[in-house]
Ligand binder design. Structure first.
Ligand SMILES: [Zn+2]
Length: 183
């Protein structure tokens, strides 16, 4: 079903310029990189497969946006939440732009954008919501709900504006029950 002609920027051929000497004789190797996530007692060591660029002219080594993404995904896996790519795929599954998805889910468009760029990691509550949005049934329910005239109201409740003698009497009778053993 993936026969559309949408370009995938991740797969296009790129040439890297060395940030140190400006040379283009840069080769990429994949390296396992360990890093610390969190601070203090919560700090953990995580590892990620990082594409490392090495300049053949000046021997300068560096990693870039792709490396950042690999580290971010390792953090998401550790936290057991959806990765930015998974969130984007979820949105595209329902054929939504970020604006459409925001309208449908009532999530903020800027928030969705931050999640997809890896600028922000969603809370577990939002992650559960995203998980449920993966089911077509739930999308259909949301669409139906937004088409209804008003929100679903909870059971009718009331609160007295004034405590009248009658209300007072009723409350006293109820509260007296607990005081009868005083003898
Ligand atoms: Zn260089």
């Amino acid at each position: 079903m993936n026969d559309n002609n949408t370009p995938t920027p991740e797969q296009t051929t790129r040439s890297f310029a060395c940030p140190s000497c400006g040379g283009t004789n840069v080769i990429t190797t994949t390296q396992t990189q360990e890093f610390t996530y969190g601070v203090g007692a919560d700090a953990v060591r995580l590892s990620a497969e990082i594409p490392v660029r090495r300049c053949g002219d000046c021997r300068f080594e560096f990693y870039d946006r792709e490396g950042e993404e690999a580290r971010h995904e390792a953090v998401c896996r550790y936290l057991r939440v959806m990765t930015p790519h998974q969130i984007r795929d979820l949105r595209l599954l329902h054929e939504c732009s970020q604006a459409d998805f925001a309208e449908l889910t009532q999530l903020g468009e800027a928030t969705i954008s931050r999640w997809e760029r890896g600028a922000l990691i969603q809370t577990h509550a939002y992650d559960n919501y995203l998980y449920l949005l993966g089911f077509e049934d739930n999308i259909r329910r949301l669409r139906q709900r937004s088409q209804r005239a008003g929100p679903l109201l909870p059971r009718y409740t009331y609160r007295a504006i004034q405590i009248t003698a009658e209300v007072q009497n009723r409350m006293t009778r109820f509260s007296l029950v607990g005081c009868m053993t005083e003898e």
